[in-house]
Design a protein around this ligand. Sequence first.
Ligand SMILES: Nc1nc2c(ncn2[C@@H]2O[C@H](COP(=O)(O)O)[C@@H](O)[C@H]2O)c(=O)[nH]1
Ligand SMILES: [Mg+2]
Ligand SMILES: [Zn+2]
Length: 528
Amino acid sequence: MAERSDCMCPCSCLRKKNKVKDEDLPVPVAIKITKRLCDEDDELSEVEPDAVPSEVRDWLALTFTRSMSNIKRRGEEKPKFKSVAHAIRAGIMVDRIYRRLSSSTGLHVPPHVLLLLKHLDEWGFDVFAVNDAADNHSLKFVGYELLQKYDIIAKYKINSTVLDTFLLNLEIGYSKYKNPYHNLLHGADVAQSVHVILNQSKLVHWLTDIEIFATIIAALIHDYEHTGTTNNFHIMTGSEVALLYNDRAVLENYHISASFRMMKNDDSNILSNLSREEFKEFRNLVIDMVLATDMSFHFQQIKNLKGLLSMPESIDKAKALSMVLHCADIGHPAKEWNLHYKWTNQLLEEFFRQGDREKELGLPFSPLCDRSGVLVAESQIGFIDFIVDPSFQVMSDMLEKIVSNLLKEQRSGSATSINEDPAYDVKKDKSTSTTSLHSSSGSSRSSTPKLLGSDGKFEFLKPWLDHLVKNKQIWKERAAKDAEERKKKEAKGENTNNNNSDTSSKTSDVKTNDSQANSPIPLNPSGK
Ligand SMILES: Nc1nc2c(ncn2[C@@H]2O[C@H](COP(=O)(O)O)[C@@H](O)[C@H]2O)c(=O)[nH]1
Ligand SMILES: [Mg+2]
Ligand SMILES: [Zn+2]
């Protein structure tokens, strides 16, 4: 069949731009793609045809649009002390915190875990290190610390044993399928990232306690009992959950439902002291936020938000918080390279395991799931360029708009939410960190540090933007190296077989030394 470079519809859809061949696709899928992509009113059509390889485009279409969805390892990182005196001082400090924490809550947080949890407010927080130190209980400790930091445990009278059981159950659920990526570290990491975004941007001052509570829990549960396979895999295999949720946001619906079911048990019901209204608000928010982590809503979500940003009205809280959670969920490319690189490896290994199952079942490989060859660097560049970077840009604009409006309202006297007084009372918090955001009345967070710059503009630090640029640059260098090696092999007459050449970011190169066990991408000492 001749290649069809043009789709029959008047729009400039992906199919037209990308010259997808019908014969490359199973027939019903081809028809569906043509129809859906032509209907698709999203930004994927803006992706330049030559900007990314075809596999990356397929993956973008499959994952981020509704087009097909309806069919001791870190032992070397020990704390370094400049001097014995420093070590002793640090030891005394940790011991004090430890005693305070243990006596007030009964939660046993080992001192070496506490030391790492002191970085909980930072974008560079290393959840892998915490997990190693915490004997695979990072979610429990991170979850506990976050709730404690915002005074949620006291405010909603959460029994400490119940909280402990809830967090342990979450960890058990995340460990059910032994996923390399969608495991308890990811749950902990996303919750911690949400926390940093809320604080860095001061958005937290706009929120009530119940909204903060819902946001932390939504982040913690957002991939609960993840099967390690994609929504599309569930749909294609007609799994129980796909049948249950009629192929719509299959996993996301499941994560929410399974979590609320778990919380119905008395021994893990952290919501038992919420009033009827509080429970209703909490549940609605959690449902909205977790459903919005379905990647097939991505482009629509960005588009809607851009539309809202161009209007004077303020942005709906559920929408804003959903965007924050979505960004945290896809946020590892905006973290330090070493963290991003680890997550990339784990995710690819999970994709490949799905590919192995697809092979066994006689199904075509999903994009990025064939372990015999994936253009890792190129796909990561595509992911950063088309998904992560635009998301973080829009989220940052949204955060600035919301907080600026809040400040304006406050100046005009119509709001009391944000205190610009530099003598702001930074409350010593009840957890391990030095400071927490002050909650004076129990409604919204009412005291903040000085927010406006000398030019009268509200701006906040966005560490994620720098990392995105740096990480993309590293992937670009790797992609160029890969292409070079492919060329050399071709010249030697070796079979490079499209994606299957043996290059540094190719999956066939799995090394088995300690730091690279289960790692699809070999890591050289510089991390590049
Ligand atoms: N190609 C890549 N896709 C990624 C990467 N990190 C995340 N993702 C995609 O986003 C979703 C996140 O949603 P989740 O709820 O499943 O965590 C994930 O499933 C991938 O589809 C990445 O580095 N590269
Ligand atoms: Mg998910
Ligand atoms: Zn996730």
